[in-house]
Write a protein that binds this ligand. Structure first.
Ligand code: SAM
Length: 299
């Protein structure tokens, strides 16, 4: 066999690092640069794998709950990028089951194509990648009418809000978000800054440029949580340590219970008003009649 041919064959090393779990694809871990070519971990990749497991520990029980309830286990990952999350979930959870599909939604065609090639190479047949924006995916006929779990990890700017809208439309049981920087609220705060400085001492919270950005980002996530509660989700907010070296590590997990938190919508509207953000109401409460009560309507 020529050396050129040999180079393309990857062997499963006889001794894998103890962090690699039983049945985990060595090929995948190499493709994700978690394992080196000779099947080992270096300091950086050991940390990366630890982060992956940390996130998986939040998602796996939710997937298990779906599987126990015989739900179809369809998952849409928005702003998928290289579909790191989707591949890991497929490898650790979906692969050994006969049902369940993962859809990766991504606007960059070259990443979609690369993920398609990797899924074909790994023989992960129940993964699909769609070159769509999150917004377009809401009405795309390439996706099923119902999706059980929606994830969006560092989906840029308002793509996280579109992912929430997608989840509401698809009646997702679970939503897992790690929001990225969101510039829209900060832009509106900036626009009305002078007026608000004269109106409320609270405007000190965003007077300086860096505070406008940070406060805008914090406020955005607070509004997202209230919106989810207003739509009948129970929300948990926690920290995702060190994912991809990003500073944005807020993890929002929402579970659909159908019980709207009584005052969530009122509080959301009051906060928008307090901070001069009323024009963003449709962003956080898409299509919801202001006095909506009872069961979740289709959005
Ligand atoms: C920071 S990367 C995160 C990738 C991946 N989720 C991760 O955590 O490794 C954000 C990705 O979202 C994609 N993206 C941004 N806006 C989008 C939109 N509106 N619809 C779909 N994809 C989007 C970008 O092309 C990019 O690949």
């Amino acid at each position: 066999m020529s050396d050129k041919k040999k180079k393309h064959i990857s062997y499963r090393p006889t001794v894998l690092p103890p962090e690699v779990r039983e049945g985990q694809s060595v090929e995948l871990l190499k493709a994700l640069h978690i394992l080196t070519r000779d099947g080992q971990l270096n300091q950086d990749s050991r940390r990366k794998l630890k982060q992956v497991y940390h996130l998986y520990q939040f998602i796996e029980p939710l997937l298990q709950e779906l599987a126990d309830a015989a739900a179809p286990c369809t998952l849409a990952d928005h702003g998928a990028g290289k579909s790191y999350l989707g591949f890991i979930l497929y490898d650790l959870f979906f692969k050994q089951r006969e049902v369940g599909h993962i859809f990766g939604i991504e606007t960059r065609q070259e990443l979609v194509q690369r993920s398609e090639e990797l899924a074909a190479h790994l023989q992960f047949p129940r993964m699909r990648f769609l070159n769509l924006s999150v917004e377009a995916s809401i009405t795309s006929t390439d996706l099923p009418a119902q999706i059980d779990m929606v994830t969006a990890l560092h989906a840029c700017n308002t793509a996280t809000d579109d992912a929430i809208r997608f989840a509401l439309h698809k009646k997702a049981r679970f939503i897992v978000l790690v929001p990225c920087c969101q510039a829209e609220v900060a832009a509106v705060l900036r626009q009305h800054k002078n007026k608000m400085l004269g109106q409320t001492p609270l405007s000190e919270m965003w007077r300086h440029a860096i505070h406008t950005r940070e406060f805008g980002s914090h406020l955005t996530n607070v509004l997202r949580c209230l919106a989810l509660e207003a739509y009948g989700y129970q929300v948990t907010v926690t920290e995702l340590v060190g994912w991809e070296h990003s500073m944005k590590n807020e993890l929002i997990i929402a579970r659909y219970t159908g019980q709207r938190r009584g005052n969530a919508q009122q509080r959301l509207l009051a906060i928008l008003q307090e901070f001069g953000l009323e024009e963003l109401t449709p962003r956080f409460l898409p299509d919801m009649p202001v006095a909506a009560q009872g069961e979740q309507e289709a959005v």
